[in-house]
Design a protein around this ligand. Structure first.
Ligand SMILES: NC(=O)c1ccc[n+]([C@@H]2O[C@H](COP(=O)([O-])OP(=O)(O)OC[C@H]3O[C@@H](n4cnc5c(N)ncnc54)[C@H](OP(=O)(O)O)[C@@H]3O)[C@@H](O)[C@H]2O)c1
Length: 327
């Protein structure tokens, strides 16, 4: 699998990132280890998790991070895995109340270091934003953790373009790298921010797309396969898609996109998965889709498609004139 280097951070990342959402919860420890091993066997080295995964279920807290921590210890990989985790997520019972104070960032980070059993976190994400908090204070807090050797780099997730631009401008003024990447909800299935079930999530929109095109900030999208929406349509299995994903993705616009996916698949011989991921990989800035696989077969299918990048003409065809930003 090809690698992308985050220039300012010196991190060499596989062009697909494995999502850690199901590790230790939907998948037990044995199946979690097998999924992680399959990803490594396919050439992947980049794993995404969060302190809050999967705290929406009863039982042990931070099970995804803890499962990854035990896997890292058990496997002792010769070439290091790159593990990204996230903190500063609101408490799940009070999602309307942000948790982005410097104290909350440090508390979450310390807990993630313990759960992952590591001394330094490769890439630390802010899981949510608090638009009422000055970006200077947040960047200062992250930079202090970097200088203390607790994190190698930091990024933002679910932030709006205006806030990212302000944070980057402040960091540059101080001579700091600032956010090395941005993690948003994005896939070939078009989604408008006002339709998201959780208002603290942010999907790719015109302003964000323009920011990435203009600055080449790497995008690391989640829900990059739209929960299997296009693969399910192709196999006439849409009924199996959960209700929330159906409400979000099953729109006339995305049905039209699916028709064009089928046309492109017939013309090129590419799989549906390759077209879905190749759409993101072919963007005019570095993009590393997070693949949310549940089975080893899905890991293998997604990783087979890792090095496919669609051309600008193919991307325009899939969008059918409905591009949200410039470019
Ligand atoms: N920053 C954030 O706020 C945030 C939010 C959400 C997620 N994330 C991250 O993103 C990761 C992925 O999220 P997601 O699960 O929503 O992503 P996703 O990749 O869009 O959806 C995952 C689902 O897609 C289907 N799938 C995956 N690979 C497939 C393949 N090759 N062929 C057919 N179907 C396939 C599976 O559905 P079935 O299970 O139905 O087979 C799988 O459960 C999470 O684990 C987490 O790391 C971040």
């Amino acid at each position: 699998m090809q690698m992308i280097e985050l220039s300012t951070a010196g991190l060499k990342l596989s062009v697909l990132c494995l999502g850690g959402g199901p590790l230790g919860s939907a998948l037990d420890e044995r199946d979690s280890f097998a999924l992680l091993d399959a990803f490594v066997d396919a050439g992947g080295n980049f794993i995404d998790t969060a302190k809050v995964y999967a705290d929406w279920l009863p039982g042990e807290r931070s099970v995804s991070e803890k499962t990854i921590g035990r896997w890292l210890r058990a496997r002792k990989h010769p070439s290091p895995m790159i593990v990204a985790t996230k903190g500063a997520h609101p408490d799940l019972a009070t999602m309307h109340r942000p948790r982005l104070s410097p104290k909350e960032i440090v508390t979450d980070l310390e807990q993630s270091l313990r759960s992952l059993q590591v001394e330094v976190i490769d890439l630390y994400w802010l899981h949510r934003d608090d638009p009422n908090r000055p970006v200077e204070e947040t960047i200062d807090a992250l930079q202090a953790q970097m200088q203390a050797g607790k994190i190698r780099a930091y990024g933002c997730s679910n932030w709006r373009a205006r806030r990212i631009a302000a944070a980057q401008m402040y960091a540059r003024r101080r001579g700091w790298p600032g956010f090395v990447a941005n993690q948003m909800l994005w896939s070939l299935a078009a989604v408008a921010n006002h339709t998201l079930p959780d208002p603290t999530m942010v999907a790719m929109d015109a302003a964000l797309l323009d920011l990435h095109i203009d600055t080449h900030l790497p995008a690391i999208p989640y829900a990059s396969q739209a929960n299997g929406f296009f693969q399910r349509l192709a196999h006439d299995q849409l009924a199996g898609l959960n209700d929330a994903s159906r409400r979000l993705y099953d729109t006339p616009q995305n049905r039209r996109r699916f028709q064009r996916v089928q046309t492109l698949a017939a013309e090129t011989g590419l799989s549906i998965t390759a077209i879905v991921l190749g759409y993101l990989r072919g963007q005019p800035f570095p993009t590393i889709p997070i693949i949310g696989c549940r089975t080893i077969a899905q890991v293998q299918d997604s990783c087979r498609a890792a090095d496919v990048t669609l051309s600008a003409a193919q991307i325009a065809f899939l969008e059918g004139g409905e591009r949200i930003g410039r470019g």
